[in-house]
Write a protein that binds this ligand. Sequence first.
Ligand SMILES: Nc1ncnc2c1ncn2[C@@H]1O[C@H](COP(=O)(O)OP(=O)(O)OP(=O)(O)O)[C@@H](O)[C@H]1O
Ligand SMILES: O=C(CO)[C@H](O)[C@H](O)COP(=O)(O)O
Length: 401
Amino acid sequence: MAICTVYTPHSLNTHLGFHQKQHHHLLFYTKKPNNNRRLINNSEISCSAADADKTVVIGLAADSGCGKSTFMRRLTSVFGGAAEPPKGGNPDSNTLISDTTTVICLDDYHSLDRTGRKEKGVTALDPRANDFDLMYEQVKAIKDGVAVDKPIYNHVTGLLDPPELVKPPKILVIEGLHPMFDSRVRDLLDFSIYLDISNEVKFAWKIQRDMAERGHSLESIKASIEARKPDFDAYIDPQKQYADAVIEVLPTQLIPDDNEGKVLRVRLIMKEGVKFFNPVYLFDEGSTISWIPCGRKLTCSYPGIKFSYSPDTYFSHEVSVLEMDGQFDRLDELIYVESHLSNISTKFYGEVTQQMLKHADFPGSNNGTGLFQTIIGLKIRDLYEQIVASRAAAPLEAAKA
Ligand SMILES: Nc1ncnc2c1ncn2[C@@H]1O[C@H](COP(=O)(O)OP(=O)(O)OP(=O)(O)O)[C@@H](O)[C@H]1O
Ligand SMILES: O=C(CO)[C@H](O)[C@H](O)COP(=O)(O)O
């Protein structure tokens, strides 16, 4: 859909019965976007990509191996339909496309390939190994409705492959190490999320994946985490101050001196005052609540489950924090917890539980990581629908004025 402006002579306005006060022009919609001006019946018509059609851009930041792909699978599932790599394209493409969303991985903006980084002695987290000018230009172009030829960083070969075409989707998710690092890119984001995985938990997840699935040794995993840490602290971690929502994953406090890292304490930190985003709350908005739901309606084994909710400040911003410590024994009973949460942007009763059950095999489905990722997915759908509705209403309001 494009928005068109009709510039009419005043006499024609009157003749057509148009009610125009000042500018002698009218707005209308057409399904054929056209940037050219043309004359029809003495009226000049100019059309451009409607704001209502502009791509909504979401940023998801986290270190590698911190659950971005899992989160993306949960998010795209909320919109329905599976996300697939571009058909007939590079089999090592990092892009995932579904009906509504396109997820691009910011690793594709590495300016140095694996050898280049080794020669220069920089990590992929270092801004010098990334092309932020290109990232900005391309995300902006997509947001403005223009397709781009985006580079591909090939994680199999460590090389930069020939580019792939990315067409503007309804929702573009930019996920990776630096979506909020460059202020120009940051300003393009309609909503941003940071996955903040504590060192202990990151280590446990890395071991689980890289040792079990990729055959790496414990020593090499430790060394890789240590080698990345200074750049992680300098360039990745500070981005969390800009995020509209942070999912913080910590060791449990329910088991004294737990060092297994299996039971997790997960905090959903939600910024107040973000347009089109109303933080979730438990029982009573703005109160401080502590809730142990275990009992007749929720089966819990050791060490149980504890929820908390309270207002707080985070990097000088007012936030609401919802916390879950522990894990679910039976996912179908999650409906009991869901029914006590408000502002979760579901379209029907039990939608959170349904989504969680649908992806019960994803990592984190029995704890707060899966629950809060699902809820943020629903909040993003709601944010998208609100943005589209407000953009559609804006020109009509302007025309009425
Ligand atoms: N919520 C979770 N609970 C337990 N383990 C998890 C969770 N999320 C991710 N993991 C573990 O971390 C691994 C990496 O997850 P995922 O592939 O989603 O991360 P990623 O950030 O996309 O990684 P990369 O950037 O390296 O591709 C998973 O294989 C799993 O072992
Ligand atoms: O931090 C990372 C983001 O995923 C990767 O380490 C970075 O992209 C470099 O990739 P590779 O290790 O495959 O060369």
